[in-house]
Design a protein. Structure first.
Length: 424
């Protein structure tokens, strides 16, 4: 069983942790690397089933993002309003507006906490809520078994003190005897906040879960969460294999890749380009650029490194010659295409340290070594990405120039005409 299935079963399976009344009053933390799909997992795999189960017991399941929240009172108000709507479901528009804009937003013009303003339709709903007995009902929906999920800790306002926030969470869990789930990145805080976080989480959190899916598990989770992706079933493994080659583990990237591939297929383009489309999409997300098409060039080693204008190569003609020489390494060698960028660097270091066998002197002057090493240091992220996407992976489809240019233009502009409507 995959780790995600195990985690889901543990949390919401029969007698699961979040269903067990013995765990009322406890705070749970679900952490993991940035972008690894924690929120997607919660919303698509946990929340729906859990909400249904709790609602049958007249208990609320509430999800609140801390994004944009600049005071704890606004957070408290949103929790209560959503707890009420979780059971009563009287005003979906107001619920969505509050999720998008939060309490205290000028767009809502709501009178909350003693501050009055002009109220619109949504504002009237919220204001009436806090001036009625509904607030008491909301508290009852949370008490003794309700659940609150707090997400996006890394996006909270700096106006909210971390000590105060965790104090509020701890007190809320105890006073309401409800469960609270905190979703955050494992390295969310820095500096002094990191020290505070280390202290308060030990005092507040009762159970820790680390979200660490494999690439395939995260891909499968996203793929199965939307029926529209079934139209890609014939190409699913091909797209997954391309993503695996990149070693990226980011839910938002996977969604964008799948959406681009779906549009490509739906508009009648040849599926032979899907791997390159996946790779081009990821490269563009990471580096905000696409690479030009070029035929492969047969160069087996770095004998020209440090010699300006010794070789021309159109794909990287705008880069410093050192980058050109490094990037050309082993274009036609399967072995080289399989190696990592760190191996490429080691090859360069080895090349720079070579000596003349007869005289015993260094082949490359110190100035050349200095230039090359500085270029590597200054451009390491870009160079590693070029190596991975420009050479190690780009030719896995063996697509022609026209197909690649269609892919590159689609990814760069966001526009893809139907196959029979292509601009000539």
């Amino acid at each position: 069983m995959s780790t995600l299935k195990v985690l889901k079963e543990y949390l919401v399976g029969k007698g699961g942790y979040l269903s067990n009344p013995d765990n009322n009053g406890k705070t749970v933390m679900l952490s993991g690397a940035w972008g690894s799909g924690k929120t997607h997992f919660w919303q698509k795999k946990i929340e729906e089933d859990l909400t249904k189960e709790l609602n049958e017991k007249n208990k609320a399941c509430v999800y609140v993002s801390l994004y944009g929240k600049d005071n704890i009172e606004a957070l408290k108000n949103e929790i209560l309003f959503k707890a009420y709507e979780s059971i009563k479901d009287e005003n979906k528009i107001a619920k969505r507006a509050i999720s998008a804009f939060g309490f205290g937003s000028r767009l809502l013009s709501v009178s909350v906490g003693g501050v009055r303003g002009n109220t619109g339709a949504v504002g009237d709903v919220v204001e009436n809520f806090f001036e009625s007995k509904k607030i008491n009902e909301a508290e009852s929906f949370l008490a003794d078994g309700g659940l609150i999920c707090l997400d996006d800790f890394e996006r909270k306002s700096k106006h909210i003190d971390l000590n105060d926030l965790f104090g509020f969470i701890a007190q809320l869990a105890i006073d309401m005897n409800c469960k609270i789930v905190i979703i955050l990145n494992s390295d969310v805080f820095e500096g002094e906040e990191a020290n505070v976080f280390k202290t308060v989480k030990e005092k507040t959190v009762n159970k820790f879960f680390y979200f660490e899916p494999t690439i395939e598990e995260l891909f499968n989770s996203i793929y199965s969460s939307d029926e529209k992706y079934e139209r890609l079933d014939d190409y699913r493994d091909e797209i997954l294999n391309a993503i695996k080659e990149t070693e990226e583990l980011t839910a938002r990237i996977y969604i964008q890749v799948l959406d681009n591939c779906l549009e490509w297929v739906d508009k009648g383009y040849d599926s032979i380009g899907l791997s390159s489309l996946a790779l081009t999409t990821i490269h563009f997300i990471l580096m905000h650029k696409v690479l030009d098409y070029s035929e492969e060039v047969e160069v087996s080693h770095l004998q020209y490194i440090g010699k300006p204008k010794s070789y021309e190569y159109t794909l990287l003609e705008d880069y410093h010659y050192v980058i050109q020489k490094m990037s050309i390494l082993g274009l036609n060698s399967i072995d080289y295409k399989e190696i990592k960028f760190n191996d490429v660097k080691l090859n360069i270091y080895s090349e720079l340290s070579r000596r003349n066998d007869e005289e015993g002197h260094d082949i490359y002057p110190d100035e050349t070594k200095k230039i090359v090493l500085q270029e590597l240091k200054n451009n390491e992220k870009e160079l590693s990405t070029i190596w991975k996407y420009g050479y190690r992976l780009y030719y896995m489809d063996r697509i022609d120039e026209t197909t690649y240019n269609n892919i590159a233009n689609f990814v760069k502009t966001g526009i893809l005409l139907k196959k029979d409507e292509e601009v000539q």
